[in-house]
Design a protein around this ligand. Structure first.
Ligand code: XIL
Length: 366
């Protein structure tokens, strides 16, 4: 009951004094520390977590970054700080300094955090990839790595992207050192190991290009259904949503999210950004179009009940990976380089504060 109430928009709750009391109780800790017109304020009232991926450097030396982050958001992801290359570049030699900075910030500010990511084919040191020729040692290395992360952060993290990007666009398993060394069941093995290492943490399968139904999304769906059927602990599916070319029809995305939710997993938008380089118009018009894309993504998220987390891939345009990735200047996030809110920010805030048309408000059209 409480969860349902927390998933309801504020206007509906005002209709019932009893409901308001429950909400006030459940939300009291946050309400005391949350500024009223912020993303996290409105997101929390819907039972949604809203956040960004963060880097340790600005957390160490940029006050404005820290303040904006703590004001607007209630969850962070470790952008690069917990990738294999970052924490275990050589066998058995772990470095946690960067991840510790992020985790300490989150803890200090009452924010949740997501660890990203244990088993991936990028940011993978050569010594690990080479173990594909020696499956027992590779299996042990995977378990040791997962154990180490679980031992250090298992008590604090809420979500853990355990396996990242295991699927090809055509729906076959990606040819990675993990697949070559351990075979297709490396995915199940990773989740089982992560659950043993951090039993309280919700475990996530994360991938890109899966928001629309199609061969890749269908394959992730089949994978997750199979894992659940075998009792493998998977609790959420992450949809990265790096939108490099805007957004088409939202209907199929809603339906796709819905079918994942019906499997019994949470749906997370994990790495949202909306590139402007391929949008039409003047610079100002591009920002408006970008805001429209963010608005529509957010509407999907507020209207599909299974969506519990929405995170952008970076706080502000000067902390975005898109320019690096595409080789072209861009401005894909909610805040500009001077941390001023962009039209996209206002669009997201508006949806969070006012969108009451979705199933969370009793709409049966989903
Ligand atoms: C990106 C980071 O943002 C960059 O800083 C880094 O150079 C490369 O990786 N999918 C993922 C993320 O799951 O880990 C990637 O992050 C972006 C695509």
């Amino acid at each position: 009951m409480t969860a349902d109430l927390l998933n309801s928009p504020p206007l509906l709750l005002l209709a019932s004094a009893a409901a308001s009391a429950v909400l006030a109780l459940a939300d009291s800790a946050r309400a005391q520390t949350t500024a009223p017109d912020t993303l996290q304020h409105w997101a929390a009232r819907r039972g949604l977590l809203i956040g960004v991926a963060v880097a340790p450097r600005p957390l160490r030396d940029d006050d404005a970054y820290r303040q904006l982050l703590a004001r607007e958001f209630n969850i962070v992801t470790t952008e690069n700080a917990l990738k294999w290359q970052s924490i275990q570049p050589r066998p058995g030699e772990f470095t946690w300094d960067d991840a510790d900075v992020i985790v300490a910030f989150a803890t200090e500010h009452g924010m949740k955090f997501r660890s990203h990511c244990a088993v991936w084919h990028h940011a993978l040191p050569d010594w690990v990839a080479a173990l594909a020729a020696d499956p027992p040692r590779m299996r042990q290395a995977m378990r040791d790595h997962i154990d180490a992360i679980g031992a250090r952060y298992g008590g604090g993290m809420t979500y853990w992207d355990v396996v990242n990007e295991a699927m090809e666009d055509d729906g076959t398993l990606r040819d990675t050192p993990w697949l070559r060394g351990l075979g297709p069941d490396y995915i199940a093995e990773a989740f089982v190991a992560a659950h043993a290492a951090a039993p309280a943490v919700k475990l996530v399968y994360n991938d890109y290009g899966t928001e629309y139904p199609g061969p890749k999304s269908d394959a992730v769906y089949a994978l997750v259904r199979d894992l659940l059927g075998r009792g493998v602990p998977v609790h959420a599916v992450g949809f990265q949503m790096h939108l490099l070319r805007g957004l088409g029809d939202a209907g199929p995305i809603k339906a796709n999210f819905q079918r994942f939710a019906e499997l019994g997993v949470q749906v997370h938008v994990t790495e949202l950004d909306v590139a402007i380089q391929n949008l039409e118009g003047t610079p100002a018009r591009k920002l408006e179009r970008q805001a429209d894309v963010y608005r529509r993504v957010m509407e999907i998220c507020t209207r599909v009940e299974g969506v519990t987390v929405v995170q952008t891939w970076g706080l502000s345009d000067n902390h975005s990976w898109i320019s690096w990735f595409t080789g072209k200047p861009d401005a894909a996030l909610l805040f500009d380089e001077t941390y001023q809110p962009k039209p996209a920010y206002h669009a997201v805030l508006d949806v969070l504060a006012h969108d009451g048309q979705g199933p969370r408000a009793g709409d049966s059209s989903r």
